[in-house]
Design a protein around this ligand. Structure first.
Ligand code: KIV
Ligand code: ZN
Length: 389
């Protein structure tokens, strides 16, 4: 099912793993608002929460399950009946519910946290999936800390999970330890060696501790993953998760390389990012890829000159394709006469070459103090300091 399928499914976990970002908690109404926007964005699955964790989490999953009808709604549960019953109770009214059952897979976690042997972990995984499949066939199994697990054990665990009914098997790099080549190789191995893998979807879930979450996600996709788990703005536990906007736009912009597609309406990315930022009161860094305020802003004179001649000289995607503002030329001390002339022409002026040169000189003086000059400042400079000097 996976190897030749060009469709990559986007599983958004902003409302669950994303919310684990320090300071990013959301109340159920805020989660519902964001879930409705994620539905419009075109994600395939929304992980709405971890219902056993708190009554607020339970309530949020329940509200989203009732009201978001066009996409799958997932809830997280540890591999035990209490968690699974609770997750199902919250999810049961969803149009297309999914249970995501997880258990640790690395020896570090088994020894120090779970205090269980590998065979006990396999037994628990199987027993919980058998329990969960009484509720739904739409079952996902996540092997926590798979990035550091011994790969033959991971394969064995996935084989057992698939035989017990998992339809999606997920490889989380829980602590962001993997590097792209290594993770790609792990996916190649799992795809080649795991019995039954051709009947299910192989999924990747990366954290950004080494700043590699997007690169690791793409390496996994290149090697057979067909579900990507991401969060808007890359929020999440510690350094965050793979940023949805980055993974999606990498696949879209480099379709010539990956040959894959998602169902994301990319022109809604910018607004979705802004909505999340407003809800959690966490500003998007200006230099954030795809959705940062500077992502389509060109300041250097050479870049502005090229852009004005032909956009593709310095832009690999258009601001419109992600719904970012079209106002992308900020004038600063590195800008040159082409950008200034173009901005003035855009305001309806027809400046002479001498006037442009004088305007450049004046705005550079101003920009040396405040760094960025808006379009209104340029007009003021032009009218008061150039034409009526
Ligand atoms: O990073 C992780 O391992 C997780 C699991 C709970 C799926 O978020
Ligand atoms: Zn995670």
């Amino acid at each position: 099912m996976v190897a030749n399928d060009p469709r990559v499914y986007v599983y958004d976990t902003t409302l669950r793993d994303g919310e684990q970002s320090p300071g990013a908690s959301m109340n159920p109404d805020e989660k519902l608002l964001l879930a409705m926007q994620l539905e419009k964005l075109g994600v395939d699955v929304i992980e709405a929460g971890f219902p056993i964790c708190s009554t607020e989490d339970f309530r949020a999953v329940q509200m989203i399950a009732k009201q978001v009808r066009e996409v799958q709604v997932a809830a997280l549960a540890r591999a035990n009946p209490r968690d699974i019953d609770c997750a199902w109770e919250a999810l049961r009214e969803a149009a297309c519910p999914r249970l995501n059952v997880f258990i640790a897979a690395s020896d570090i976690h088994l020894r120090h946290q779970l205090k269980k042997s590998r065979s006990e972990v396999i037994e628990l995984a199987v027993a919980s999936l058998v329990h969960a499949r009484h509720y739904t066939k739409n079952l996902e199994f996540s092997a926590m800390d798979a990035g550091r697990a011994e790969r033959t054990f991971l394969k064995e665990l996935f084989e057992a999970a698939i035989a017990a009914g998992a339809k999606v098997v997920n490889v989380p790099d829980t602590v962001g330890y993997s590097v792209p080549e290594e993770l790609g190789e792990l996916f190649r191995y799992l795809l080649a060696e795991t019995k039954g893998i051709d009947k299910v979807i192989l999924s990747v879930h990366c954290h950004d501790d080494l700043g590699l979450a997007t690169a690791n996600t793409l390496a996994a996709v290149r090697n057979g993953a067909r579900q990507v788990k991401c969060t808007m703005n890359g929020i999440g536990e510690r350094a965050g998760n793979a940023a949805l906007e980055e993974v999606v736009m990498a696949l879209a912009t480099r379709k010539n390389f990956y040959g894959l597609e998602t169902g994301i309406r990319t022109e809604k990315l910018f607004y979705t990012s802004q909505l999340l930022s407003r809800i959690i009161k966490m500003p998007v860094p200006p230099n954030k890829a795809i959705v940062g305020a500077n992502a389509f802003v060109h300041e250097s004179g050479i870049h502005q000159d090229g852009l004005l001649k032909e956009r593709s000289t310095y832009e690999i995607m258009t601001p419109q394709s992600v719904g970012a503002s079209e106002c992308n030329l900020v004038l600063g001390r590195h800008s040159g006469s082409h950008a200034v002339k173009n901005a003035l022409m855009g305001m309806g002026y027809r400046p002479t070459e001498e006037e442009v040169a004088l305007a450049v000189q004046h705005f550079k003086q101003r920009a040396s103090g405040c760094k960025i000059i808006g379009i209104e400042d340029l007009e003021e400079i032009f009218c008061q300091e150039v034409r009526h000097k």
